[in-house]
Write a protein that binds this ligand. Structure first.
Ligand SMILES: [Fe+2]
Ligand SMILES: [Fe+2]
Length: 374
C-alpha cells in the first residue's frame, strides 16, 4: 500500500497520468471548440493534495509606505478620489487587488475637516487606526470616535462614512475588506447614500456604552443581525484584557496570548466573513510553528519582533503590516526581553469554519520551529 509520502507524487495510481498523442491532442482541440475539456488534463491542478496558495508572504513596512500615503493628499482631492487609499497588492494576487487570498487591505488618509460620502456595500469592512486624532466613523447612524489601535466595523450592507474632526490631526488607518471574496462569489453591490451624508441618530459612542461591558449585556439588548452590535473595539480595554489573561494562562504554544474580538450577543466572530484577533507575545517569547487554512493580515499594534513564514524571516515593528497565506507554516517572535509585543489580525476564518474548510497542523520538528532559509 502506498504510504503518505508516496501519495504526494503527482503520478501515483488514481491520479491523472495520460500522455499526449496526436489523436488525443486533436481530440482536446475538438472539445475546446465546444467550450469543453477532458478532466484528466486538469484534474491534478484543480484537485491539489493540499491547499496551494497563489499569494506570497509579504511585509509592508510602514516607514516605507507612510510618506506615499501622505503624498496622495497633495496629488488627489478626497472628492475626486472618492477615498484616498493606497492598497496593498500581493504579487501573486494582482488580478484581484488582494493583499492575501481573498482579503483586501489598504492604507487610507484623511485630513482634519474632510468627510467621505456615506455609502454601503456587500463587502464587509473594518478599519484599524494607525495614527492621528479626531477620526470618526458613522455606521447606520451610530457615530464612533476613534483613536490609535482602535478597531471598527463597517459590516455588509450598513451605511457608513468616515471623517476627521476639524480640530483633529491627519489620520491614517488600515482598511480591511473581503472585496476579492465577495467579487469572486459575484455578490457585490455598492450604493451611495441618497443624501450623501447620513444623520447621526444616536448619542456618540452609544455602541460601546451599550455593548462594551465584559460579562454584561443590556437586559433589553436584542440583536439578530449577522454582525457584532459593538462595532468599535477600543485599544485600552483590549490591551488590558490581554495582560490580565496573560497573568492566568500559559497561552498557546503557537500564538502566545491570543484573544478573538467577538460579537457580544453571540460570542461568535465580529462579522460573517471576517474574524479578528489581538495577540500578545510576552517578552522574549518565540512561538512554535503551525499552519492552517484561512488567510491572515497582521498589523503590528505594539513592539517589534519577527515572524517566520514558510522558512522566510520577516522583521517587523509597530504599524508594519504582513500577510500570511493559507496553509503556510508560521511562527512569531518578540524581539524584546523586557516589553511585550501585540499583533492585530483579521482573517477569513469565519468563512473557513462555516463552510467546514478549517484545518490545522503543527510543525513536526523536535522544537516545533522552522529552519530559516532567508
Ligand atoms: Fe465602504
Ligand atoms: Fe496561526
Amino acid at each position: 500500500m502506498a504510504n503518505a509520502r508516496e501519495n504526494h507524487r503527482e503520478d501515483v495510481a488514481g491520479r491523472a497520468n495520460v500522455e499526449d498523442t496526436p489523436e488525443l491532442l486533436a481530440y482536446y482541440d475538438q472539445l475546446e471548440r465546444l467550450e469543453a475539456g477532458a478532466l484528466w488534463t486538469v484534474a491534478n491542478k484543480i484537485e491539489p493534495w493540499q491547499p496551494k496558495s497563489s499569494s506570497v508572504p509579504v511585509l509592508w513596512r510602514y516607514q516605507d509606505l507612510r510618506e506615499h500615503v501622505l503624498r496622495s493628499v497633495d496629488l488627489v482631492t478626497a472628492e475626486k478620489a472618492g477615498r484616498r487609499v493606497i492598497y496593498l497588492n500581493n504579487p501573486g494576487r494582482r488580478d484581484v487587488a488582494a493583499a492575501v487570498g481573498w482579503l483586501y487591505s489598504g492604507l487610507q488618509v484623511m485630513h482634519p475637516g474632510e468627510v467621505a460620502s456615506a455609502h454601503a456595500h456587500s463587502a464587509s469592512a473594518l478599519r484599524f487606526i494607525m495614527e492621528g486624532s479626531g477620526a470618526y466613523t458613522i455606521v447606520d447612524g451610530h457615530k464612533m470616535t476613534l483613536g490609535a489601535n482602535d478597531f471598527v466595523l463597517t459590516p455588509n450592507g450598513t451605511w457608513h462614512e468616515h471623517g476627521v474632526a476639524s480640530d483633529g490631526t491627519p489620520c491614517i488607518w488600515q482598511d480591511g475588506l473581503d472585496i476579492p471574496l465577495v467579487n469572486a462569489l459575484e455578490a457585490n453591490f455598492y450604493a451611495v447614500h441618497p443624501d450623501l451624508q447620513q444623520a447621526v441618530g444616536h448619542p456618540v459612542d452609544d455602541v460601546t456604552g451599550t455593548w462594551g461591558h465584559p460579562g454584561l449585556r443590556p437586559a433589553a439588548g436584542d440583536w439578530a443581525k449577522g454582525y457584532s452590535p459593538l462595532l468599535k473595539y477600543e485599544w485600552g480595554p483590549t490591551y488590558e484584557a490581554l495582560q490580565r489573561y496573560g497573568k492566568v494562562t500559559d497561552g498557546s504554544a503557537f500564538d502566545g496570548i491570543l484573544m478573538n474580538y467577538v460579537n457580544p450577543a453571540t460570542g461568535g466572530p465580529v462579522m460573517q466573513t471576517i474574524g479578528a484577533s489581538m495577540q500578545l507575545l510576552r517578552a522574549g517569547e518565540h512561538t512554535k510553528a503551525h499552519r492552517h487554512t484561512g488567510s491572515f493580515i497582521y498589523q503590528v499594534a505594539k513592539g517589534r519582533g519577527h515572524s517566520i513564514i514558510n522558512g522566510k524571516r520577516f522583521d517587523w515593528r509597530e504599524r508594519d503590516i504582513f500577510c500570511l497565506p493559507a496553509w503556510a507554516w508560521h511562527e512569531h517572535a518578540n524581539a524584546s526581553d523586557s516589553e511585550d509585543a501585540c499583533l492585530f489580525t483579521f482573517n477569513d476564518l469565519p468563512v473557513m469554519r462555516s463552510l467546514g474548510l478549517y484545518r490545522e497542523e503543527a510543525f513536526g520538528e523536535a522544537d516545533g520551529q522552522q529552519p530559516v532559509s532567508a
